[in-house]
Design a protein around this ligand. Structure first.
Ligand code: SF4
Ligand code: SF4
Length: 347
């Protein structure tokens, strides 16, 4: 926790930190995935499941995460689909001993059920991807056969009703030109079950899908989320964040607030989206040195045009440029808490 405060202050004071001081590490446990979501893409238009697969054994994954822990308090484990890693159970078993302050696990939810006991001990935020509740459409998008959404929803229910559940459930949706009419139902599904709802636009490579900008249905969804947020619902992101997502507005990215690490330990510099590698954290366990190597090879951090409206890039940029938005977020949380205690609908 104190490392995060220190790292935040370093980024707040300077746009050009000397070392690497991430607020969040994102580890791609595996690129493998059996789903075929139509928007799946890294920053270079390549779906993750098409990237070369090079998974580490569990012991080496944990060693790598131990190194990451020296630099960062919070970890996201993602993919691909993390449960396509052959030893994901062993990885989950080893996570609590690493002492991260918070671990986020993202999943398509298909194969999660046997792992719920381990997840309950290791994970603080469990993120499922749901883009529509229309079963035919979802199954077509998942590309994993009929009945896929039914199974995923069943697994989410199991996760939600797990005895003494210690993690929060987040439903993450991607807004594309083809599911704008479906997102309200996904939001309602979250509200009725007390799940946090996270929405982000489809990116083509690094740019928002051109059919979303100025699309009134797209903007209306974010306006609805802003209203829900102000009412105290669990909507991911600050008010400023949701406004930026709605407007697809330009922001001053701070790429080194996030440490993105590929399955084999390769560290992306300046960012995953550029796809350039500073070095390997298993061979060079000094992140500050890797930053120097990255700068030497690829130059200073870029000032990009309007792009990369992803949760990490946008939220950290706004946290640093508009710190008052954090105070407002805290106010909304406290107000929602007080409302729930009083059992009132408004005050
Ligand atoms: S579940 Fe994730 S990794 Fe798999 S195809 Fe969909 S977006 Fe890509
Ligand atoms: S906006 Fe940020 S994340 Fe996107 S390419 Fe530029 S530096 Fe990388």
């Amino acid at each position: 926790m104190w490392r995060s405060v220190r790292n935040y202050l370093i980024h707040f004071i300077t746009r050009k930190p000397v070392g690497w001081h991430p607020l969040l590490a994102v580890y791609y446990l595996t690129y493998a995935c059996d789903f075929r979501c139509p928007y799946c893409s890294d920053g270079n238009h390549v779906p993750y499941y098409r990237l070369p697969r090079a998974d580490l054994p569990a012991a080496e994954v944990l060693e790598l995460l131990r190194t990451i822990r020296r630099y960062c308090d919070y970890l996201v484990i993602t993919g691909g689909e993390p449960f396509n890693h052959a030893a994901c159970g062993q990885v989950l078993r080893g996570l609590p001993s690493l002492g991260f302050d918070g671990i986020v696990l993202t999943t398509n939810g298909y194969a999660i059920k046997p792992y719920l006991p381990l997840i309950n001990k290791a994970v603080r935020y469990l993120v499922f991807s749901i883009d529509t509740l229309n079963h035919d459409k979802a199954d077509r998008w998942f590309g994993a056969g009929a009945g896929t959404l039914k199974k995923v929803l069943h697994n989410i229910h199991s996760a939600a009703t797990w005895p003494r559940r210690a993690y929060e459930i987040i439903i993450s949706a991607v807004a594309t030109p083809d599911n704008l009419d479906d997102l309200r139902a996904v939001h309602r599904y979250c509200r009725e079950r007390g799940f946090r709802f996270a929405l982000a636009p489809q990116l083509l490579g690094v740019k928002p899908h051109p059919a979303l900008a100025q699309n009134s249905a797209y903007r209306q969804i974010f306006d609805d989320l802003l209203t829900a947020k102000r009412r105290g619902e669990a909507i991911n992101g600050t008010v400023r964040y949701l406004q930026h997502m709605r407007d697809l507005a330009c922001f001053a990215c701070r790429p080194s607030t996030v440490l993105a690490v590929a399955p084999q330990g390769d560290v992306f510099y300046p960012c995953l989206e550029r796809g350039t590698i500073a070095g390997n954290l298993r061979r060079t366990a000094d992140l500050h040195l890797l930053r120097i190597q990255g700068k030497r090879s690829f130059g200073p951090e870029p000032r990009c045009d309007n792009r990369c409206h992803s949760a990490c890039a946008l939220s950290f940029a706004l946290m640093l440029d508009q710190p008052l938005s954090l105070a407002h977020e805290a106010y909304l949380s406290v107000r929602a808490f007080c409302k729930s205690r009083r059992g009132r609908h408004d005050f």
